[in-house]
Design a protein around this ligand. Structure first.
Ligand SMILES: [Zn+2]
Length: 322
């Protein structure tokens, strides 16, 4: 993990030459800035959050303390998207492929995939309630912790996936080296993450939902990342900007963040994080919910239009290892 909170260097290339972009405050009221690295162009959170700050950010209120992270209605919407993701990946796999989902959460994406073929399913999740939920899935080979060198043999996996996980890791360059080693030549790598070149990032800056400070540590503009991966021996095969799972809600919550006293109030309310919302008058959530219902259709249309010009809030990239 990171040494202390006075460091200011790029999470990706470790250079300490950067320029300040804008300021951001996390849900605990701790201030940071977003800086762009002069060397590799990654945009990163500065100073690096301390271990104590990260432990607090990944406590039970992050994973949800019940059977699921969200309430049943939201979980069933998420299950729909998990199932769709598994259908997308299945099209690229052989019948007996080995798959690793890094940051597998409750494991349900892998579980859906397992229903579609005779796959060897592996997941990694950091310790917490999500990992406990994933451990209940018998067909899933779960590693609780993080990906390390020599955890798996070289050229072992046919596919590796990281859905909104990469931006959370504090050793991204090392992680890409390990992924390159354990993925077979011709293997598929699917990654999704926030698009720092999106309209939402440009419009809302520190109020943007997908900054999620202090959990998201760094970002790349899609073109910079695609170039970086090309140099590392990965060829881009699919580039997807449209995401009804991530982008429309990002717009709604970012607007609410702009006009509210605290960030992510509706999101934490929907997650049932009582300690976070306790000081906020409950009648105000009626306005948040009404705005959410009224504005979502507009937000869906925005996502369709933004996807056409590659300015959507998040991106999913599929690479083949050469
Ligand atoms: Zn850098």
């Amino acid at each position: 993990m990171m040494d202390n909170n006075v460091d200011d260097y790029c999470f990706f290339c470790k250079s300490n030459n950067s320029k300040l972009l804008f300021e951001v405050t996390d849900i605990f009221n701790d201030p940071y800035t977003l800086n762009q690295c002069d060397h590799c162009h990654a945009v990163y959170l500065s100073p690096h959050p301390t271990e104590a700050q990260l432990d607090r950010a990944y406590d039970d209120t992050y994973y949800g303390s019940g059977t699921d992270k969200f309430n049943p209605i939201i979980e069933s919407v998420l299950d729909f998207f998990r199932s769709r993701r598994s259908s997308f990946l299945r099209k690229q796999l052989y019948a007996d492929a080995r798959i690793l989902d890094i940051g597998c959460g409750n494991g349900r994406f892998l579980q859906y995939l397992g229903k579609k073929g005779n796959y060897e399913l592996h997941g990694i999740e950091r310790e917490g309630n999500s990992a406990s939920r994933a451990s209940q899935i018998p067909e899933l080979r779960l590693l609780v912790g993080s990906l390390k060198q020599a955890t798996y043999s070289s050229n072992y996996f046919d596919a590796i996936t990281l859905f909104h996980v990469f931006e959370h890791v504090d050793n991204p360059a090392e992680m890409l080296d390990i992924i390159k080693d354990i993925l077979k030549p011709g293997g598929v790598l699917v990654m999704s993450f926030p698009n720092i070149n999106s309209n939402q990032a440009r419009w809302f800056k520190g109020d943007w939902l997908h900054l999620d400070p202090p959990r998201h540590l760094f970002y790349f503009k899609p073109d910079d990342f695609i170039m970086l991966m090309k140099k590392r021996g990965f060829e881009l095969v699919v580039e997807q900007y449209l995401s009804f799972e991530q982008n429309p809600y990002g717009l709604v919550q970012s607007i609410l963040n702009k006009v509210s006293a605290k960030r992510e109030l509706l999101f934490e309310f929907l997650k049932g994080n009582k300690s976070y919302i306790k000081d906020y008058p409950s009648y105000k959530f009626i306005f948040h919910l009404l705005f959410f219902i009224a504005f979502m259709p507009v937000a869906f249309i925005c996502d369709v239009l933004e996807a056409l010009v590659k300015r959507s809030a998040t991106i999913q990239l599929t690479f083949i290892k050469k």
